[in-house]
Write a protein that binds this ligand. Sequence first.
Ligand code: GLN
Length: 195
Amino acid sequence: TPRVGVLALQGDVLEHVALLEHLGAEVVRVRRPEEFALVDGLVIPGGESTVMDRLSHLFGLAASIRSAIGEGMPMLGTCAGLIMLSDRLVDGVEGQRTFGGLDVVTRRNAFGRQTESFEAELDIPALGAEPVHTTFIRGPVVEEVGADARALATLHDGRVVAVQQGDLVGISFHPELSGEPRFHQHFLDRVAARG
Ligand code: GLN
């Protein structure tokens, strides 16, 4: 069984842990470098990216996560997690840092107040024929997809809400809340493939 981590500094940690365990993974809640050292892949949950940024530095995790990304560790980031995996941000707070890894420009809080939360059925060919039920909660969008990354999913208006680069995947929405297991299964498959 693959042993994977969920970054547990802040955010909707429990839902990711439950889904990964349901899929048969051994899951470590990662708050400290010693815990991160135990895992072969990392899920970065939704929450608040500015807080994750500060806490990951405070807990001494940011540098280890960055170097693991450089070494190709599979990671899945949802919502604030996508922000953390983006190389460049629009509408970050002053001085906000990210781990990076995805060659994209991501805009925080991209949806207006009246549509802060909404759901949509999206076709995501990389996950198969069955449409994906998506839940957006103050999510980001990817405004530019660089040469090294590729879009996995777009909204009906063309905005990019899921991207992949190697074994890094970042998505604007919350499959852990809508009972959609395929992103997490794909993540576990990549972890297993790296052996
Ligand atoms: N708005 C949050 C941020 O900027 C992300 C929202 C979420 O993760 N549900 O980090």
